[in-house]
Design a protein around this ligand. Sequence first.
Ligand code: GRF
Length: 232
Amino acid sequence: MDSSRPSERPWTERPFPGDRPLRIGALLSGKGRGTNLQALIDSCAEGRISGEIAVVISTTPGAPALERAHRHGIPSRTFPGKSYADGEALDDAILACLNDHRVDLICLAGYMRKAGQRLCEAYRWRMMNIHPGLIPAFCGQGLYGGKVHAAVLEYGAKVSGVTVHFATEEYDAGPIILQKCVPVAEDDTPETLAARILPVEHAAYSEAVQLFAEGRLEVLDGRRVRILPKRG
Ligand code: GRF
């Protein structure tokens, strides 16, 4: 097998050519409500994303996102984290599933684990994450979901927002694709701030995924993302 030719490599190691519908694998821990997944499903159905959700993978049985996948006839698999000896074994099982479903792009949609080395290497610059804050502020291990909004309010920040970035071996540290600012109100609670940010997450994630689907994202020096002009 000539692994230098993309067509000879395992599916999970092939660069996305950008000339066919994108096949997305959603990966989540299942502790959320699955609204980011739903937004991606809706964007594909309504043509805002030129692609489809090929598989939904959860590390928690019975996750709400799995019900959303079922309602839309999307294949789903559960890999309970505690069923695997270590993170590498879990990543290998997930990689095999992604390969079986010919996934081009992984979208983390509430994935509370660190993506392992093998997953990151196989999907280098082809795995995205969404963070409900403006990285590099209020991010990193332990700062996710409502904890981000609470930290923003505690600090007295006047602006928060959303970051879509390429996921790497470190929490919330990969090259930033898109950021959107959201104002913080004087009387905000973590809940009211979350409610203002969530729809912005949904729109930003779909926008970033479509840029990838159009082959318009270029990572420079492993740090900065350049958005290329629309083709044609
Ligand atoms: C979202 O706040 C997202 O920013 C973060 O995890 C949460 C998932 O929410 N990555 P949902 O399950 O998609 O509603």
